[in-house]
Design a protein around this ligand. Structure first.
Ligand code: COA
Length: 345
């Protein structure tokens, strides 16, 4: 019978009388499309400059998927890489959760399409939508199925083809986003903590700050809605900026407090990769050294639900995170939504 590992003093779930299993991230993988769009390329599309984009956001380039490459393709490639690394076959996966705001289509779920692409014939599959916070939301949901012994192997994926909802004539938004996918395989591993805690939050009163008005039941696609540009992502940048800093800072404090941890004990902070100035402001408020914070947005821009998943994979791949290290993931996105997760890697 599975029992909780000995080191439960750091496990907030155990402190609150939790008796289920712990959940480990046993593997991660990521995929970004081949095509690179640089700031210089965008200078040819809109009235902007490499200097403006770099100084205001830290982004130098982003990836853009091919016309025949969809969110499910990106997600399937990231998932296959994560599974291959630990020698787990598609057939062994019992649940696939995909976080995305750019599903291949409104229905069926992108998770179902990925299930077919990776041969996960035994898996249940569904999507969740928490915008850029989606990966932590999906991790927390996936973890519940491991802890409750419902499933042995859960695949969590953040995947986006944001280029499909970007108005490439709007300099306020088109410079910020990119395409990509990241995946994590969740299992119970005796003697390993994995996810120590994940906090999630939302504030629907600020839904207007960042959204895509068209395409849903409120505003189905019509010639008029397309002409009005309602099927593009729209954002109030300044307000979003302020809310992102406050929400990620608060979520970080809540997650650390739940685990009785001090920020100094965190080896690596992986924040949502939206804007270098947001990341620096959050880092400053938390009192972390710059070398504690993982940043790759210069190469990918904001990939929404894929953002921290890709960053986690790269940090592990580069040896920045070793088994046993404590990692803090921080996310923020439309909704508004936010979240933080502490992982013992
Ligand atoms: N190139 C050149 N100028 C641009 C530009 C671009 N790509 N985008 C906007 N500008 C202009 C604006 O039109 C504005 O011009 P104006 O003063 O003549 O009206 C000027 O730059 C300043 O805009 P401002 O909004 O003050 O810039 P900012 O310092 O707030 O930076 C963002 C803009 C979008 C980079 C910033 O607000 C931001 O990052 N917000 C959060 C975005 C985000 O992370 N969203 C996703 C969350 S998950």
């Amino acid at each position: 019978m599975n029992t909780l590992p000995e080191k439960d003093f750091t496990n907030p779930r155990a402190q609150h009388g939790f008796v289920g299993r712990t959940c480990s991230i046993v593997s991660v993988g990521s995929y970004v499309p081949e095509k690179i769009v640089t700031n210089a390329d965008l200078e040819r599309l809109v009235d902007t400059s490499d200097e403006w984009i770099t100084s205001r956001t830290g982004i130098r380039e982003r990836r853009v998927a091919a016309a025949d490459e969809f969110t499910s393709d990106l997600g399937a490639k990231a998932a296959s890489r994560a599974l291959e690394k630990v020698g787990i076959s598609g057939e062994q996966v019992q649940l696939i959760i995909v976080a995305t705001i750019t599903p291949d289509m409104t229905f069926p779920s992108t998770a179902a399409l990925i299930q077919q692409k990776i041969g996960a014939v035994n898996a249940a599959a569904f999507d969740i939508e928490a915008a850029c916070s989606g990966f932590i939301y999906a991790l927390e949901i996936g973890q519940q199925f491991i802890m409750s012994r419902t499933y042995e192997t859960v695949l969590v994926i953040g995947a986006e083809k944001l280029s499909s909802i970007i108005n490439w004539k709007d300099r306020n938004t088109c410079v910020l986003f990119g395409d990509g996918a990241g995946a994590a395989v969740l299992q119970y591993r005796p003697g390993s903590h994995g996810l120590l805690t994940a906090c999630m939050g939302a504030d629907g009163s600020k839904a207007d700050l960042l959204n895509m008005p068209g395409g849903g039941s409120r505003c189905p696609a019509t010639v008029d809605s397309v002409n009005a540009g309602l099927h593009f992502l729209r954002m109030e940048g300044k307000e979003t900026f302020k809310n992102a800093i406050n929400a990620m800072n608060a979520a970080a404090h809540e997650a650390l407090a739940r685990c009785n941890l001090d920020i100094a004990q965190i080896k690596c902070v992986i924040p949502h990769q939206a804007n270098r100035r947001i990341i620096d402001a959050v880092g400053e408020r938390l009192g972390v050294r710059q070398d504690q914070v993982f940043v790759n947005l210069d190469r990918y821009g904001n990939t929404s639900a894929a953002s921290v998943a890709i960053a986690l994979d790269e940090a592990v791949d580069q040896g920045i995170i070793q088994r046993g290290d404590l990692v803090l993931l921080l996310v923020f996105g439309a909704g508004l939504t936010w979240g933080a997760a502490v992982i013992e890697w």
